[in-house]
Design a binder for this molecule. Structure first.
Ligand SMILES: NC(=O)c1ccc[n+]([C@@H]2O[C@H](COP(=O)([O-])OP(=O)(O)OC[C@H]3O[C@@H](n4cnc5c(N)ncnc54)[C@H](OP(=O)(O)O)[C@@H]3O)[C@@H](O)[C@H]2O)c1
Length: 251
């Protein structure tokens, strides 16, 4: 398939799925499942640094969400391979060496907030900027970004986690706005946010307890749920945020 694409340009019959955050807990599980179910001819696995060796049908690519040039280059690579029918942005930031979820307004720090917005809101928007134009004008296709239930304004009863909550709320608004523009160009294409549940990954590890009230999913369980939600999306669902069980998250 690669040879054909290289010699004659992109082959429209080749369906391409793209996963950003392929090195992450949920992203990696999504990639493995997409590769094993064979629904897409090729799966582009995008990570900002190293990523584990995968199946032969995986096409590794590199992009940092804070570097638009690198996102544009992956979009170009995808367009050469075939028709992009699925894009999942499974990147995200809750904590790192210089960012911790804030318990109080006293902890608010401009730089840490800007980092959260750069990765959780602006990065996925830039992926959309370069990938939504690649979705086919007719036929079903999906752009999905991993959001979080805590990004829901209506569902916020506990407070805290200011930057993460606000950056995911901004992501949800960006997805809704993108979905409106997308519908004019590609009426059957869908643009949604997804809440994966609480999942046992590096992101949740300091905060998720196995004794918590809700379930702690493995990345494999979560990715199975998320791909089912994507599969079951209906035409009117674009612009909404869905939880792992298919329920709509309040705005
Ligand atoms: N785990 C949960 O319980 C949970 C709950 C609700 C929502 N979510 C959401 O689900 C998504 C995936 O989370 P996860 O649990 O799989 O987290 P994770 O294991 O920490 O994975 C995060 C991914 O984001 C990538 N990333 C971070 N900054 C990046 C950048 N500047 N450019 C490119 N990639 C970048 C990481 O790449 P590196 O490997 O290079 O760092 C990694 O692949 C996130 O959006 C998160 O907010 C997770």
């Amino acid at each position: 398939m690669d040879t054909h694409a290289a010699s004659n340009g992109p082959d429209a019959a080749v369906s391409v799925a793209v996963v950003f955050g392929a090195s992450g807990g949920i992203g990696r599980a999504l990639v493995e499942q997409l590769l094993s179910d064979g629904r897409y001819s090729r799966v582009i696995t995008v990570a900002r640094s190293s990523q584990p060796a995968l199946h032969n049908d995986a096409v590794p690519a590199h992009a940092d969400l804070t570097d638009e040039t690198s996102i544009r280059a992956v979009a170009h690579q995808a367009a050469q391979l075939g028709t992009v029918r699925l894009v999942i942005v499974a990147t995200g930031l809750l904590h790192d060496t210089s960012t911790t979820p804030e318990k109080s307004w006293q902890s608010l720090d401009g730089e840490a907030m800007a980092r959260s917005f750069a990765i959780n809101s602006i990065g996925p928007a830039l992926v959309a900027k370069h990938f939504l134009p690649l979705l086919p004008r007719s036929g079903r296709s999906v752009f999905a970004a991993l959001s979080a239930r805590v990004g829901s304004i209506g569902d916020n009863r506990l407070g805290g986690w200011y930057s993460y909550r606000a950056s995911k709320a901004a992501l949800n608004m960006l997805l809704r706005t993108l979905s409106i523009e997308l519908a004019r160009r590609a009426p059957e294409a869908l643009c949604v946010g997804l809440h994966p549940g609480t999942v046992d990954t590096a992101l949740s590890q300091p905060f998720a307890s196995r004794n918590q009230t809700g379930r702690l999913f493995t990345p494999e369980e979560s990715s199975t749920h998320l791909l089912q939600v994507i599969e079951r999306l209906q035409p009117g669902d674009s612009g909404r945020v869905f939880a792992w069980d298919g329920s709509v998250i309040p705005e």
